[in-house]
Ligand binder design. Structure first.
Ligand code: UD1
Ligand code: CA
Length: 458
């Protein structure tokens, strides 16, 4: 593309998606945790277009609200009268001097490199088509070429004669051409064809007629240009996408024990020498430092895992920060606002929410820590509970450096355990425990001499 030509991208996303059998508009169905349309928008944005226009129809409000992107110009297509009609709805936003790139909102894996190449082929003067040779081109428009191999026209499956149906070269639907020329051709479209639609593909014959050079380029893989119309196709593309994510992470130094049992539903930033066991799901924004190991069956969402952390199997970590050297799990749950300073041990059936855990503190068994500020070097006994909720309000608990709680302690917030304080087993702490002292609740232990166990009646 000459430097003087700006790029206008039009994404067609008005299709009904009836085969999804869904209340959710097709282009909002998630692939790798992000709407299909979101993937296409991301690919388009990498081209730094002057304008990005999305043609919406079905479920329009929901589409706009979900995508919620101020950079997008939205154009409504009230009735789905074909791809040519759809593009026409966007033309109010298009500059005649620009190169227009047409994309589909339900073709999510298109690569930016493929699109750059196509826009380059358009070059301001030409019409560039992205085509693909398919073993089974059923349903696709076919690329008809003359004896010199130049493209003459595109014919839709439903309008094709028996000879045209033998053509394997298929139209992906993605094309690039000058905005002013496109506007002129769209004005000449007719719908006298098998489907009674305004076909965007009819502009190809018009371009040839007007002496515009029609060029073609091709994607690296078929998956790049595969559209999604059903949940079955969605599942198939999810596997392709997940494989790509796994390959990218492996290429950057992550060991993934089984790429077929690993899911990324968001954006992951990784260090080196990370090992990830099977059935791990990473969601949202996840950052993982060097030398981290993640055991089987962990779900990690919007969290930061610092270097050297070991996450054992069966952990659920959400909106949490795990400092370097921590050992988490098995069976730990870190909830939003869990902030672990580092070198912490969090064990089985421990839940931590909205709490700061100081360096080296240990919470190893059967415990709930909520709304707590914990210092360093603390040891929390098995079955300790911070009772942070009085039925109406939440209160904070403070546990200072080197304190230790006995098993089965209940800390009724707001309350403080002082520096180096020790709580005896079974303490129900209603008042602050002073620094350095042992605090416990004593009830006298009693033995009933000669007591007999009841016997079963016959
Ligand atoms: C279109 C092409 C065909 C190509 C195929 C690739 C035309 C006439 N045909 O087929 O050559 O091989 O794509 O998949 O262009 N859309 C709208 N509004 C409409 C119609 C479609 O927004 O009125 C959108 C759809 O949401 C979809 C895209 O355009 O994202 C393509 O529509 P679809 O019906 O899937 O493609 P075909 O018309 O069958
Ligand atoms: Ca159609």
């Amino acid at each position: 593309m000459p430097a003087t030509t700006s790029l206008n991208v039009i994404i067609l996303a008005a299709g009904q998606g009836t085969r999804m059998k869904s209340a959710l508009p097709k282009v909002l169905h998630p692939l790798g945790g992000r709407p299909l349309l979101g993937h296409v928008i991301q690919a388009a944005k990498q081209l730094k277009p002057a304008k990005l226009i999305v043609v919406y129809g079905h479920g329009g409000r929901q589409v706009m609200e979900t995508i919620n992107d101020p950079d997008i110009h939205w154009a409504e297509q009230k009735e789905q009268k074909g791809t040519g009609h759809a593009v026409d709805q966007a033309m109010g936003h298009v500059d005649d001097e620009s190169t227009v790139l047409v994309l589909y909102g339900d073709v999510p894996l298109i690569e930016t490199d493929t699109l750059s190449q196509l826009v380059y082929e358009a070059g301001g003067e030409n019409l560039a088509l992205l085509t693909v040779h398919l073993d089974d081109p059923t349903g696709y428009g076919r690329i008809a070429r003359n004896e010199h191999g130049k493209v003459k026209y595109i014919v839709e499956q439903k309008d094709a004669d028996s000879h045209e149906l033998t053509i394997k070269e298929s139209n992906t639907g993605i094309l690039a051409v000058n905005g002013g020329k496109l506007r002129n051709w769209l004005g000449q479209l007719e719908n006298n064809n098998a489907q009674g639609e305004y076909y965007l593909t009819d502009i190809i014959a018009m371009a040839v007629r007007d002496g515009v050079d029609v060029r073609t380029s091709h994607p690296e893989t078929e998956a790049e240009v595969e559209g999604i119309n059903s949940r079955s196709q969605l599942a198939k593309m999810e596997r392709v996408y997940q494989r790509q994510q796994a390959e990218a992470l492996m290429a950057s130094g992550v060991t993934i024990i089984d790429p077929a049992r690993f899911e990324v539903r968001g954006e992951v930033e990784v260090g080196r020498d990370i090992t990830i066991d099977v059935n791990v799901i990473l969601e949202g924004k996840v950052r993982i430092g060097d030398n981290v190991t993640i055991g089987a069956n962990c779900v990690i969402t919007n969290s930061e895992i610092a270097a050297g952390v070991e996450i054992r199997p069966m952990c659920v970590i959400e909106n949490a920060k795990v400092g370097s050297g921590c050992i988490i799990g098995p069976y730990s749950r870190l909830r939003p606002g869990a902030d672990l300073a580092g070198d912490n041990h969090i064990g089985n059936f421990v839940e931590i929410k909205n709490s700061n855990i100081g360096l080296g503190s240990k919470v190893n068994h059967l415990t709930y820590i909520g709304d707590t500020d914990m210092g360093s070097g603390v040891n929390i006994g098995a079955g300790t509970i911070t009772a942070n909720y009085d039925g109406a309000n939440k209160h904070r608990t403070t546990i200072e450096d080197n304190a230790s709680t006995g098993s089965n302690s209940v800390l009724i917030a707001p309350v403080k355990v002082g520096k180096g304080a020790t709580l005896g087993a079974g303490t129900i702490l209603r008042k602050d425990a002073p620094e350095g002292e042992l605090t416990l609740i004593t009830t006298k232990q009693k033995t009933i001499p000669g007591w007999k166990r009841p016997k079963k009646t016959k």
